[in-house]
Design a protein around this ligand. Structure first.
Ligand SMILES: NC(=O)c1ccc[n+]([C@@H]2O[C@H](COP(=O)([O-])OP(=O)(O)OC[C@H]3O[C@@H](n4cnc5c(N)ncnc54)[C@H](O)[C@@H]3O)[C@@H](O)[C@H]2O)c1
Length: 259
């Protein structure tokens, strides 16, 4: 029997590259979904992927930075499935900027989605999970939450914060039977990395593709992650196999960084 049958999952930003892979993987294990993405079209694509596995999926187009919207996502899960077993705070934005050219607006936009959006999703899920006495919170951090890279100070700040939130939430919610962990992808073959390559090439004045080649050289396993590599870790964190694991921010980076 698939090991997530009967589990309800709320995932934010589900219509992006990594979100779609997570939905596919967890739906193949029998999970039912509340699928959030600000883009209605992307949310519908994710829901179709889930439904192809014969599970239930409802969509939500809320913004993870808006309190009423996130409350609504948790309410939707409870109304549909009577509980919320797993929340995946996956929505996030990237920006490539030079420190000296970064504006307050750019900084705040990224922190709002990547930090406040994750914190708010954790907070609202926690209210329900504390009532239930169980739950798994899974946050999208990044290799950039463990290691800094040039032209990424704003993104690094946000992902280090997600790791901090994950530690704090894990500590505070452990007495309630709730775990909190983070997945930390390195370089993923995704739309986000296509954008990073283009922006880095523009700022550094090098041909497109060169930033990607340089970054690839630092990966011992010699390739970018597939979105499915990330989804595999999330499946593990969502399953009972990880019940004794909390407060961890686990890297999926092909060995690019080792601790
Ligand atoms: N792609 C990578 O190489 C990589 C590496 C490390 C970490 N990550 C992290 O993994 C997560 C997913 O990344 P991805 O590559 O799938 O990104 P993506 O850009 O493909 O998808 C992000 C999705 O989030 C949605 N979204 C954005 N802002 C939102 C908001 N305020 N409310 C609701 N939805 C919103 C977008 O519509 C989009 O569908 C992000 O947190 C990202 O920072 C990605």
């Amino acid at each position: 029997m698939p090991n997530l049958t009967g589990k309800s999952v709320l995932i934010t930003g589900a219509g992006g590259s990594i979100g779609l892979a997570i939905v596919d993987k967890l739906a193949s294990e029998g999970a039912d979904f509340v699928i959030n993405d600000m883009s209605q079209e992307s949310a519908a694509i994710a829901a179709n992927i889930a439904c192809e596995h014969g599970v239930r999926a409802v969509t939500n187009n809320g913004n993870v930075t808006v309190e009423n919207d996130v409350e609504g996502m948790v309410d939707l899960a409870v109304n549909e499935y009577e509980k919320l077993d797993i929340v995946i705070a996956n929505a996030g934005l990237h920006i490539t900027t030079e420190l000296v050219n970064t504006s307050r607006a750019q900084f705040q936009r990224i922190q709002d989605v990547n930090v406040w959006g994750v914190y708010l999703t954790n907070r609202e899920a926690a209210k329900q999970m504390i009532k239930q006495g169980f739950g798994k919170i899974i946050n999208a951090a990044s290799l950039s939450g463990h290691r800094a890279t040039e032209l990424q100070s704003v993104y690094n700040a946000s992902k280090y914060a997600v790791v901090g939130i994950t530690h704090a939430v894990a500590t505070e919610l452990a007495p309630h039977g709730i775990t909190c962990n983070a997945y930390c992808p390195g370089m993923v073959d995704s739309a986000m990395w296509d954008g990073i390559d283009a922006e880095r090439a523009r700022i550094l004045g090098v041909p497109e593709g060169q930033p990607r080649e340089q970054a690839l050289k630092k990966i011992p396993l010699g390739r970018m992650a597939k979105t499915d590599d990330v989804a595999g870790l999330v499946k593990y964190l969502a399953s009972s196999d990880s019940d004794y694991i909390t407060g961890q921010a686990i890297q999926v980076c092909g060995g690019a960084f080792m601790q």
